[in-house]
Design a protein around this ligand. Structure first.
Ligand code: 9RB
Ligand code: ZN
Length: 369
């Protein structure tokens, strides 16, 4: 086992990105009473707090975030979009696109969010850490080149992936997105590019609308290098493990990326308000273990995880802790009090209609050769 530590990115200012008054995901206005936006600091704060209270935080390597430069952001986004976000941010905020509220100063915070991944990537590539988790905000996996979407301003994982390819000269990277929603932005960033294998495992047609289908398989030179696994609502740990064993891990073994980026949304958790899946901390622990094993085999363990969605304030921190325990190889004495209850839910085992989707996705791996 590597003696190097797991890196951890956090900055309090990430929590100051203001999504404002909403009713969950819905803009308010009569007849919708104003409330809080679902993507607010609380799950992220509680995740970090549990890392601290468990004693794990002090055993991780803190990584200081930097702001991504304009050039780094423009590797993915258009100049017009960057200028739009900059102007909104300087003028009290507004909507960056499709259901993506932002407040005063969100431009700088979003640059620091993308740059948190860049700093973590630099630490991984220099060998200062073996792998890393960037607990950043705002999230990134829905953002398109010219439009904010689904609470995401800049495509953090795309910007990091392009940095790996263009500044570090890597020839192949992979992304494995386990957020309950489709990683459409990350998919779009590399859709024509065979240097990135993009994989998203998500709840079928949850968000964005009509996105994340099996047939979205890349195009041009990138044909074959995008894999979607749209699992039916209700899928549990058995379906996720089977999808990893039969699709994600074989795809990574065939492609042999030199770096694995994981847009890590924890909204596939059983009690998450925005998803209808049944994952729990044991499931995320198991998936992280599988990823670590394959990363050890193909890319010297280089895994960069970046935080995306996840809205179950109470149970999410335990899912995050399980992931960081596996990444770091350090087991704390904290037990997840939600685990037994969630593991006992009906439908945790792989069901035939879920297996059908996995079998169809398996065909796409064969094309990778
Ligand atoms: C609304 C619509 C949503 C729904 C879910 C998300 C989740 C993001 C996430 C974002 C926006 C539609 C309010 C469609 O966690 N990603 O990882 N908004 N969806 N129509 N309307 C009226
Ligand atoms: Zn999500």
């Amino acid at each position: 086992m590597s003696s190097k530590k797991t890196g951890f990115v956090w900055h309090e200012i990430y929590m100051w990105h203001n999504t404002g008054n909403y009713a969950g995901v819905m803009p308010y206005g009569n007849p919708v009473q104003p409330g809080t936006h679902v993507e607010n600091p609380e799950t992220k704060r509680r995740f970090r707090n549990l890392l601290e209270v468990s004693g794990l935080l002090k055993q991780l390597q803190p990584i200081t975030a930097r702001e991504a430069t304009e050039e780094e952001i423009l590797r993915f986004h258009t100049r017009d979009y960057l200028e739009k976000i900059k102007a909104l941010s300087a003028n009290g905020g507004g909507d960056a696109g499709f259901y993506t509220p932002m407040g005063d100063g969100s431009y700088e915070i979003a640059r620091l969010s993308a740059g948190g991944l860049l700093a973590a990537l630099e630490a991984i590539m220099s060998g200062a850490v073996s792998n890393a988790y960037a607990l950043v905000r705002p999230p990134g996996h829905h953002a398109l080149a010219n439009e904010g979407m689904g609470f995401c301003l800049f495509g953090n994982a795309v910007i990091a992936g392009k940095h790996a390819l263009e500044s570090y000269g890597l020839e192949r990277i992979a992304t494995v997105d386990w957020d309950v929603h489709h990683g459409n932005g990350t998919q779009s960033g590399f859709y024509n590019d065979p240097r990135a294998l993009t994989i998203s495992i998500h709840q079928d047609c949850c968000f964005p609308p009509n996105s994340g289908h099996l047939h979205e398989n890349g195009e041009g030179e990138g044909e074959g290098f995008n894999i979607n696994i749209p699992l039916p609502a209700g899928s549990g740990v058995g379906a996720y493990e089977a999808a990893f064993d039969r699709v994600v891990i074989p795809a990574l073994k065939a492609y042999r990326p030199q770096l694995i980026i994981v847009p890590s949304g924890l909204d596939a958790g059983a009690y998450d308000p925005l998803g209808r899946m049944q994952m729990h901390s044991g499931g995320y622990r198991s998936l992280t273990k599988k990823l670590k094993n394959v990363a050890d085999e193909v890319c010297d363990g280089r895994i960069l995880m970046c935080h995306e969605g996840g809205y179950d304030e109470d149970a999410l921190p335990f899912m995050g802790l399980a992931i960081l325990e596996e990444l770091s190889g350090i087991r704390t004495s904290v037990e997840d009090p939600f685990l037994e209850m969630m593991a006992g839910l009906g439908g945790q085992q792989l069901q035939p209609h879920q297996e059908e989707v996995i079998t169809a996705a398996q065909q796409l791996v064969n094309k990778l050769g």
